[in-house]
Design a protein around this ligand. Structure first.
Ligand SMILES: Cc1cc2nc3c(=O)[nH]c(=O)nc-3n(C[C@H](O)[C@H](O)[C@H](O)COP(=O)(O)OP(=O)(O)OC[C@H]3O[C@@H](n4cnc5c(N)ncnc54)[C@H](O)[C@@H]3O)c2cc1C
Length: 293
């Protein structure tokens, strides 16, 4: 498989990249780490006459924590997330996802922005970031807008990003005491295997220990990361118990909309959801309880 011919544009500012996107429209693609794009170009899943490299734009790099929210620059790599002290200390549920992603060589290149912008249904970061109530920052020459991440995905490989917008970062609010989150996925092997099914949970406990708020998010079992609304409702207002978690997880399986492919049948994926969702809720509740001690 060869990389089709295309003109490469190396940019150093957002304005430059956005102007090129406007000039070349659908025949242009942004390039960050290239771990999705180059594979897709070779496989002819996408076409591009112009490749606009953004990986030298300094403003898209790094993590900033301002005491209430973490801003993750779009070019932050999976390795950089893993090694970040603030992620380890205050946003550790993100590590549930990063630590099961790919192998070292890919993780060193793969960016957070690319993982979200690809909008592949089995991507690992979207479910946990949605469970953490994250928003994406979308930059255009008229300014930057914030969009809740759960509104960003509109179909497989389709997002609410307009043609000239660049995903500039992800904003994650720090949970208050009593909040916990977790992500669990099933892959066919360790390392370079994408998720067959995945579940993330974010729960907020009230002072009496009941579940005040809950968000259960499913990955790889619907066209976009799916908030299992009915399953989340089962949790809200209840005391956390294993029976409750099982009930909610079975409801989540009913809410999923999986496909059958080489990695597993739809029936198998639904079974996986009922197991993974229960585990994710259990872990999220344990973590929430730890923050109140
Ligand atoms: C061997 C292998 C294993 C993998 N394993 C996993 C895995 O376990 N879990 C997982 O989730 N993924 C996995 N991936 C997929 C991939 O590594 C990730 O999705 C990665 O985070 C993509 O980031 P990137 O910087 O390489 O994106 P790129 O390939 O550079 O870009 C991907 C897409 O996003 C667009 N884009 C990139 N940055 C921006 C931006 N800032 N604004 C707007 N659009 C943008 C590009 O135009 C392109 O369409 C794997 C890939 C490979 C090759």
């Amino acid at each position: 498989m060869y990389l089709p011919a295309a003109e490469l544009h190396q940019t150093t500012t957002l304005s430059e990249a956005s102007a090129l996107l406007q000039r070349y429209g659908p025949s242009a693609r942004l390039l960050a780490g290239g771990t999705d794009l180059l594979v897709d170009l070779k496989a002819k899943r996408v076409e591009a006459d112009h490749i606009i490299s953004i990986n030298r734009i300094e403003g898209l790099k790094g993590l900033v924590f301002d005491d209430t929210t973490l801003r993750i620059g779009a070019l932050t790599t999976i390795t950089a997330l893993d090694e970040s002290a603030v992620v380890r200390e205050r946003f550790s549920p993100i590590l549930d996802a990063t630590q099961c992603m790919a192998v070292r060589q890919v993780r060193n290149l793969a960016t957070v922005g690319g993982n979200l912008a690809s909008a592949v249904p089995c991507a690992d970061l979207p479910p946990i970031l949605i469970a953490l109530n994250a928003s994406v920052a979308l930059w255009s020459d008229t300014g930057e807008r914030l969009l809740p991440l759960n509104e960003f995905f509109i179909g497989p490989r389709r997002t609410a990003r307009s043609e000239s917008e660049i995903l500039s970062g992800v904003v994650v609010p720090e949970g208050s005491p009593g909040f916990g989150a977790a992500y669990i996925r099933f892959g066919l092997r360790e390392g370079n295997a994408i998720a067959v099914a995945a579940a993330a949970a974010g729960v907020q406990l009230a002072t009496d220990g009941t579940i005040d708020d809950a968000r259960l998010v499913l990955g790889a079992v619907s066209p976009i990361p799916k908030i299992a609304t009915a399953a989340s409702q089962i949790l809200i207002g209840a005391k956390p118990t294993p029976e409750l978690f099982t009930d909610a997880a079975h409801r989540a399986a009913e809410e999923s909309d999986p496909i059958s492919d080489v990695r597993g049948t739809a029936t198998f994926r639904r079974e996986l959801v009922s197991v993974l969702a229960a585990r994710a809720i259990t872990k999220a509740c344990q973590r929430a309880q730890e923050t109140t001690r």
